[in-house]
Design a protein around this ligand. Sequence first.
Ligand SMILES: [Zn+2]
Length: 368
Amino acid sequence: MFSFQHPVQIHFGQGVFSELNNTLSSYDFSSYVIVMSNSQIKNGLHRLVESQLGEKIKDVVTNIEPNPTLDNVQRIVNVMEQHEADCVIAIGGGSTMDAAKAACAVYLQSIDINHLLEHEDFSHALPLIAIPTTSGSASEVTPVSVLNDKSNGLKVPLTGPGLYPTAAIVDPELTLTCPPGITATSGIDVLCHALDCLGSVNKNPVSDAIAISAAKLAFENLEHAYHEPMNIEARENMALASMMAGMAFSQTGTSAAHAFSYYLTSNYDVPHGEACAFTMDAWYVVNANLDSRLDEHAKMIGFSDAEALSERFNNIKKELGLALTFDDLDIDRSDVETIVGRGLEAQNMKNNIAQPDKEEVLQFLSVK
Ligand SMILES: [Zn+2]
């Protein structure tokens, strides 16, 4: 038995951003607060938005940190309160969208910002239009907002149906300016979302079908997008893969590779996608050893079996210049036990098919 619900209206395609005013006219919003990443301000995207929406824009909030903080969220809420806009438009990568999502919930529910990270009811929030400028986080189609708890440096995922954006406007042309380093770390995250879904105990035939298609697209296009930034076909396929992987993990949650990434990111500043990719290839094989469906999925993606998929994943990491070993990450061997312990404790580890103990994880990670 399973259920599947996806409430985000998706507008996808090259040039859809330049039709923003038209697209939004069906939603009947009268005023907007824009939350935009600094890189998109530099790219002049705010001028394009202003030319489309004119006086309906009440204010533009910028300077959202890569791991968004409660201060970032509060700053957006302050601007929303000042203008009483009826919709927020987030334009940027995962951090920008995540901060805006949290702000929409805080604003509508009057949540005390100091207790946001313990708050559990994210059933409703002010409408948000999400416009991604990177292919990776898929925040535009998920009910998740990941914030940074500055008090202990940990990332805290907030989840609830209210955190689904009202609409996602996904224009692959917006990703053409994404620099290679971010294309690499966010693009490998797309693969980690799709493969974590396939390795999840919450998987179902619909999430599997979407995750398999997303993984196939990402395996075929990520290196092209990295080496040929202006290759619009590769960019479009990565934007599609990202969105589809997001739809899949909205249903299943992420599993072991993500569970093992959080501590690497919060303690060692490893970018999210690179941190997930660090153990992803190993987990796919470990899960396939317990559930033969993962070998079947690997075949559908285009490989002979799970081992071959894992090997190709490892080669992509090399090709993109991502870390393969703890030495590459400058992490002392004496820290590895703690890292493994924190990974096993992470909430989404429960979603994973394989449930190895610390010794077993240490064993298969050291083999790498
Ligand atoms: Zn991720």
